[in-house]
Design a protein around this ligand. Structure first.
Ligand code: NAD
Length: 377
């Protein structure tokens, strides 16, 4: 099968991790007889440097034409002091809006081999998914910074607004995902909690009260067999640490989702382990690791490429409908971790003390995963 992928390497460690993701895509193409064509385009800091804008028109066109978009990460201190519209983040928010990517799916899975990497004493099985609304709420609402001429007091505000249709469509993604996960788990593991937890701040915010009402309505009308519970965001932040295996699918608005998913990422040991997919109504997706451009380690070939590689697995599964290929990537990541290979961010004291792991570079980790897929390991 021939597929076109728009590739945005981005800034900082972006080019390093994307090189490994492409290596893995090529291993999949060879193994399963596909052909992936890559169209490299600019976004963020490198786009500002080369094109004078964080979101060039050509990038928008190429992403809209592609079957899927693969992104490294954007941003860095070099571009931190420009005006809002000339910062790398403006490119990221802009491409999400241009492609209508309203649902961000972030699986949080603790690999068995990384149990020691989890900061919890007894983590149990952690296998949850956060569905974050991505193009509404405070990040896109009306905002202003102004000064009162009389008092010289400076004030800034951002508005968190949600309309019913925005809540409905992301709630559907969460309920569909919960149904799919329940079907995959089957009766054998029926002890596992299944269903959707909708997270809001309905005791304080109007937008959250509408959120809660609409999510319940969607469930009642179209997903009566999927369990639904509501949780306040402050409680959810606690529960993720106290007892993460109680969660299956969490659905929440943009700002809460941003914070909760970074918190949840720590349960897997490192931000470097967390993939994500952002989807629009027609299923076109942008796939990227959850972490940023990590300027503190850029250019040293020590970044963990597994979040980018696991994002490739999501791309294969969701946008290309290639479940076998997606499983091959996930299984290869698992195998490499089970064999004791670690990038520096996932080496933990007990393993280091007992010499039971081997520290590898970013590029070596990509080679190892690709080799397992090719069947040479
Ligand atoms: P970050 O995610 O880049 O880094 C946080 C910490 O995690 C750093 O210590 C970093 O070294 C480490 N880390 C991140 N990814 C890693 C990986 N793959 N392997 C090993 N260690 C890794 O967050 P930050 O430092 O707050 O932000 C840096 C820049 O990235 C900022 O400009 C920010 O705006 C941007 N950012 C971009 C995105 C995106 O492109 N989607 C997301 C978040 C932050």
């Amino acid at each position: 099968m021939v597929k076109q992928i728009a590739v945005i390497k981005g800034d900082g460690i972006g080019p390093e991790i994307i090189a490994e993701a492409i290596k893995v895509l090529e291993a999949v193409a060879d193994k399963f007889g596909h052909s992936f064509e890559y169209n490299y385009v600019l976004l963020g800091g490198t786009a500002i440097d080369q094109e004078g804008t964080p979101l060039p028109a050509e990038t928008i066109k190429a992403c809209k034409r592609a079957d899927a978009v693969l992104l490294g990460a954007v941003g860095g201190p070099k571009w931190d002091f420009g005006p809002g519209h000339m910062r790398p983040e403006a490119g990221l928010l802009g491409i999400r809006k241009e492609l209508g990517l309203f649902a961000n799916i972030r699986p949080v899975k603790l690999f068995n081999a990384l149990k020691d990497a989890c900061p919890l004493k007894d983590p149990g099985e952690i296998d949850l998914v956060i569905v974050r609304e991505l193009i509404g709420g405070a990040y896109y609402g009306e905002r202003k910074t102004y000064i009162d001429e009389k008092t010289a007091v400076r004030t800034a505000y951002d508005t968190m607004a949600y309309s019913d249709f925005e809540i409905q469509r992301v709630a559907r993604v969460a309920f569909d995902l919960a149904k799919k996960r329940a079907a995959a788990v089957g009766a054998a593991e029926s002890g596992r909690p299944l269903g959707v937890t909708s997270v809001d701040k309905a005791n304080v915010l109007d937008s959250s009260r509408l959120w809660r009402e609409i999510v319940a309505k969607v469930r009642m009308e179209d997903y009566p067999n999927v369990a639904l519970s509501d949780m306040l965001v402050d409680n959810a932040a606690m529960q993720l640490i106290r007892y993460p295996s109680q969660f299956d699918v969490i659905v929440t608005e943009n700002l809460f989702g941003d914070i909760l998913s970074d918190e949840a990422s720590m349960l897997t040991g490192s931000l470097g382990m967390l993939p994500s997919a952002s989807l629009n109504e027609s299923g076109v997706g942008l796939y990227e690791p959850c972490h940023g451009s990590a300027p503190d380690i850029a250019g040293r070939d020590i970044a963990n490429p597994l979040a980018a590689i696991l994002s490739v697995a999501m791309l294969l599964e969701i946008s290309f409908n290639m479940s076998r290929e997606a499983r091959a990537v996930e299984n290869a990541v698992n195998a490499v971790l089970e064999q004791g290979y670690r990038t520096v961010d996932i080496v933990f004291k007990s393993e280091a003390d007992s010499n039971s792991c081997e520290v590898v570079k970013c590029s070596e980790m990509g080679d190892l995963v690709a080799k397992v897929i090719a069947g040479n390991s």
